[in-house]
Ligand binder design. Structure first.
Ligand SMILES: Cc1cc2nc3c(=O)[nH]c(=O)nc-3n(C[C@H](O)[C@H](O)[C@H](O)COP(=O)(O)OP(=O)(O)OC[C@H]3O[C@@H](n4cnc5c(N)ncnc54)[C@H](O)[C@@H]3O)c2cc1C
Length: 523
């Protein structure tokens, strides 16, 4: 591995020499950090279902040795790393039009003493709340919304992701995660009732997600947002042993009237993505790609053109207190009183609201980006292998993976694993063949999973404090529609459909399962 520019940019060596392999193994071992061990534990626990713990460890060691001796060195002989690989996500590398807002232009500005609604967090969710508020709230005095962000707009996961507008998770994926959890909270139901209820959860989620995808597209077109939006689907590779599950997932989705999730054959996969696979892949037809940070900035800019939305970056919320009929939102710049509060802080939630510890689980995912990469890789389409994702965005190729829980206090930290980046280079080579690649950026972000991997949207304290979270790494599949529904609820507007009924989405599902108003079983 070298940081010098490659001599022949067109030809990638087929395999590494013995010396390069030894150097590669030593480099990998010396570079191991705490997160690598956590990620290894995740791998051991998730990659070998139905295998005993001891056998899993042996399988993992076999896999790790093969990676270190063969796959990674082979891909590294065509890869260079910039002398200083930037930890700034590629989406934020060209600056932020809302940086230090409003303080940059108005250093003497101060927070309002009182607003109607405070939103905490300015990512996909906070940006969407601001946007919907600007369209739905009247311009009367007293109808102000203040969005408070401790960093910059889109500095959380929303500015660090893969850039796919997903149609949510597909139906059987949601069904199965809910099904795994239900017996822990619904002891009163039979196994077949659990299956029925899990399917209902999945259908409710997917319907809301489908509308979410369409609303995003309509909004981008109507507003003329410049965020590189293109709707060309998302291909997800599947190995031989996953073909039966893929076929069942497509059948079930169709039976439920969820037409987005289908499967395509290897020729179609290659045509759409440039990826070579031996088996059918899952395909989400209506998924799209965009520049995620530009989406957030566009939403906020549109909202800020109205009279009733204000945005304050670099303003951390320290505590939210209910005092009489109002919330006192304590921040690093003073206290704001508000009638309503909406938490749009995803993986950071347990830090502000400790009752969500073990209910909102911060989970690290990472990405790297560079120049070059496989010429065959198609732009504007979502591409997932079985263990990582890939994407071409203009001159850059993105690779990413991981879903490892981290302690609450590590929410939002940027601590990517170089081992995982190198593993992904091997995966890219596996699917696209050898190519020259120069890594310039590498970062991580935290998303949030609930124990049933099902989002929460609704009131969290029995009063007027809302939360949208637990989107399980699919924030674009939930945030925009959920924000619309929460804004409508706060404003008491009922002229639009509400896709997030309390029976499914209320936070009481996690906070108080016994008191939660579970949906009736549909027989
Ligand atoms: C590598 C990676 C790839 C991903 N790929 C995709 C993808 O392709 N498609 C997709 O849909 N999703 C993807 N995701 C997930 C997606 O990015 C998230 O689901 C989404 O960004 C969540 O948006 P959010 O606005 O709810 O949270 P965030 O973007 O995390 O925003 C929360 C904000 O709250 C602020 N905040 C936190 N605490 C406070 C406080 N106390 N006071 C004030 N502000 C606070 C934070 O600074 C942050 O800006 C990916 C994530 C990662 C990390």
């Amino acid at each position: 591995m070298t940081s010098e520019p490659l001599r022949n940019p067109n030809v990638a060596p087929a395999s590494a020499t013995i010396g390069a392999r030894i150097r590669g193994v030593l480099g990998l071992l010396c570079g191991l950090r705490k997160h690598d061990f956590r990620a290894a534990a995740t791998w051991i626990n998730t990659m070998y279902p139905g295998v005993s713990p001891v056998a899993r460890i042996f399988k993992f060691l076999h896999w790790a040795l093969r990676q270190m001796w063969c796959e990674i060195p082979n891909s590294l002989c065509a890869t260079t790393f910039a002398p200083h690989v930037s930890k700034t996500p590629i989406w934020l590398a060209d600056g932020n039009p809302l940086e230090n807002h409003p303080w940059a232009a108005a250093p003497q500005a101060s927070l309002p003493q009182r607003v109607h609604t405070v939103v905490i967090g300015a990512g996909f969710t906070g940006g969407a709340l601001a946007y919907h508020w600007s369209r739905r709230a009247t311009a009367e005095p007293g109808m102000q919304m203040a969005v408070l962000e401790m960093g910059e707009a889109a500095s959380g996961s929303s500015g660090r992701n893969e850039g796919l507008v997903v149609m949510g998770r597909y139906c059987t994926m949601v069904r199965d995660t809910v099904l795994k959890h239900l017996p822990r909270v619904r002891h009163d139901l039979s196994e077949s009732d659990h299956r029925q209820l899990a399917l209902q959860f999945a259908v409710a989620y997917c319907r809301a997600a489908y509308r979410n995808g369409d609303l995003i597209e309509q909004t981008i077109r109507r507003e003329g947002f410049d965020c590189d939006y293109a709707r060309q689907g998302w291909v997800q590779a599947r190995d031989a042993d996953q073909q039966a599950a893929l076929a069942e997932s497509v059948r079930t989705a169709l039976d439920m009237g969820l037409a987005d999730w289908t499967s395509i054959d290897p020729d179609e996969v290659r045509r759409r993505t440039g990826m070579t696979v031996a088996h059918n892949a899952g395909f989400s037809i209506a998924a799209a790609s965009f520049h995620p940070a530009k989406w957030v900035w566009s939403l906020l800019n549109a909202a800020l053109r109205s009279e009733n939305v204000e945005f304050y970056s670099r303003t951390r919320v320290l505590k939210v207190e209910l005092v009489g009929d109002d919330y006192h939102v304590h921040t690093t710049r003073g206290v704001i009183e508000a009638r309503y509060v909406v938490n749009a802080i995803e993986s950071y939630t347990p830090l502000l609201h400790p009752q969500f510890h073990d209910r909102i689980l911060p989970t690290q995912t990472q990405a790297a980006c560079g120049e070059g990469g496989p010429a065959a890789m198609q732009p504007h389409v979502g591409i997932s292998g079985t263990r990582g994702f890939f994407g071409r965005h203009k001159a850059h190729v993105l690779v990413g993976s991981d879903a490892t829980r981290v302690p609450d206090r590590e929410a939002g930290r940027i601590q990517p694993s170089r081992f995982i980046t190198k593993f992904l280079l091997g995966e890219m080579r596996r699917y696209f063949g050898p190519s020259r690649y120069h890594v310039t950026h590498e970062w991580s972000g935290t998303v949030s999973y609930t124990p049933d991997e099902y989002p929460i949207v609704g009131v969290m304290d029995g009063c007027r404090q809302y939360i949208i979270g637990g989107m399980a790494g699919s924030g674009t599949g939930v945030s925009f529609n959920a924000a619309r529904c929460v804004v409508n609820r706060i404003l008491g507007q009922t002229d639009e459909p509400d896709d997030y009924p309390a029976e499914y989405f209320a936070p009481s599902r996690l906070l108080d399962p016994q008191g939660h108003p579970w949906p009736e079983l549909e027989r």
